[in-house]
Design a protein around this ligand. Structure first.
Ligand code: DNO
Length: 400
């Protein structure tokens, strides 16, 4: 696998020079200043690409070229937005950038309730609490019928919390769930938005008539229209699984596990319609056997996110160490190192905040030391996998 790193552009305090020292080969980034739905011009792409090249690395993967909301809910502007998307793809292709990550999650890109969950050793990580999410949904958003989506225990927590929660704590919850995790990934909500909850509710309302069948039809419509550009330039589209991979906020979900992936890959059966295999997102669904999915879809996986989670008995999930948890990264790395192309791009996803990471104000999940630590762990697994592979090869040869 190629060792890549998600880098947020020139404003990122983590520089390409730092990344070269820790074994990174390729960059994963986006034109973060271009608003969703607008064209990525060939000039802007080249400028970013040159900056990366001059600094000794290369632009390996685009994450993300965001799919505008109207494409997902099938709004009347969707054809124009799809045309823009095709132009951006062609501009990337002309510059030799051939792996593009995107997602098709309505309204909210990824969800955590706690961005600084403390571990006993003093480090912190992201965390998803179902009960806190229930509070956000039922009391802050006040979504109609929301109570029916949660267990009695979760609703009990909501009622208890209601008695003590302060306005500042509510703000903190809103910030964690829909502001801080969204702005930096070109999400719908930005730090500068004055009333994120109102904006969020407007976005949710756009999906009131969209069920899973309609969302699938809209995704198929989108993919069928962009595939000719991908074929022409050899671009692999890689869809990111839904995070978390279960229903939220009454919204339809598109990539949560085997049945969805089967549908997606056969609805548009083109090798350029592929997956960003995010082990972490998939591992947060108890229905998913992550290594079995990797094995099954190996030929359609064009990008890999390595992280892992543990699902707790109450349905919460926590980011696990990159050596443990339901993601089973040791088995995944072994599989990819043995059977995938050697240049399959892989990036470490979501490191913990460790040592002085907390003071640096990195984007949630995207610490420097925590991710560097995880990368070193994964590089160790890669080296072990290659050593075993080479030994196997020698053994095979000697028996011939
Ligand atoms: C969060 C990320 C996602 C991912 C997008 C891809 O940490 O995994 O924001 O980049 O969903 O489109």
């Amino acid at each position: 696998m190629e060792r890549t790193w998600r880098w947020f552009g020139k404003k990122d305090p983590i520089t390409p020079a730092m990344l070269r020292q820790i074994g990174v080969e390729g960059i994963v980034t986006a034109l973060h200043d271009v608003p969703n739905g607008e064209i990525w011009t060939a000039e802007d792409i080249r400028e970013m690409q040159n900056y990366i090249t001059v600094n000794g690395l290369h632009w390996s993967v685009v994450e993300s070229l965001p799919v505008a909301e109207a494409i997902k809910y099938g709004g009347k502007e969707r054809d124009r937005l799809i045309e823009n998307y095709k132009i951006s793809l062609a501009n990337l292709g002309k510059n030799g950038i051939r792996t593009v990550c995107y997602n098709f999650m309505p309204v909210i890109d990824w969800i955590r309730t706690d961005l600084h969950h403390a571990w006993p050793d003093g480090s912190t990580s992201l965390y998803f609490s179902k009960a806190r999410f229930a509070y956000f949904d039922c009391r802050i958003l006040q979504r109609s019928g929301a109570e029916n989506d949660y267990s009695d225990t979760e609703m009990q927590y909501v009622r208890e919390l209601d008695k003590t929660i302060t306005e500042a704590e509510k703000e903190e919850m809103i910030n964690s769930i829909i502001v801080k995790t969204q702005g930096f990934v070109n999400g719908n909500i930005r730090e500068s938005d004055r009333n994120p909850v109102a904006l969020f509710k407007e976005l949710l309302a756009l999906y009131k008539d969209i069920d899973k069948t309609a969302l699938r039809a809209n995704m198929q419509y989108f993919l069928e229209r962009i595939m000719p550009v991908c074929d022409r330039f050899g671009i692999n589209m890689t869809v990111h699984p839904d995070d978390p991979p279960f229903p939220v906020l009454g919204l339809p979900r598109i990539v949560t596990g085997e049945a969805d992936i089967d549908w997606l890959l056969s609805a548009v059966d083109n090798p350029h319609n592929g997956l960003a295999f995010c082990a972490g997102s998939l591992s947060a669904g108890l229905h998913n056997d992550v290594p079995a999915l990797a094995e099954k879809y190996l030929r359609r996986i064009h990008f890999v996110h390595l992280r892992s989670t543990d699902v707790l008995p109450n349905g919460d999930f926590i980011e696990a160490s990159h050596l443990e948890g339901r993601g089973q990264l040791v088995r995944l790395v072994y599989l990819f190192e043995h059977r995938a192309p050697a240049d399959l791009p892989m990036r470490i996803d979501h490191g913990r905040n460790m040592l002085d990471d907390e003071q640096k104000n990195y984007n949630p999940g995207y610490s420097f030391l925590g991710r560097m630590y995880a990368l070193a762990q994964v590089m160790g697994i890669m080296a072990a996998a290659r050593a075993i592979r080479n030994k196997d090869k020698k053994l095979n040869n000697s028996t011939i």
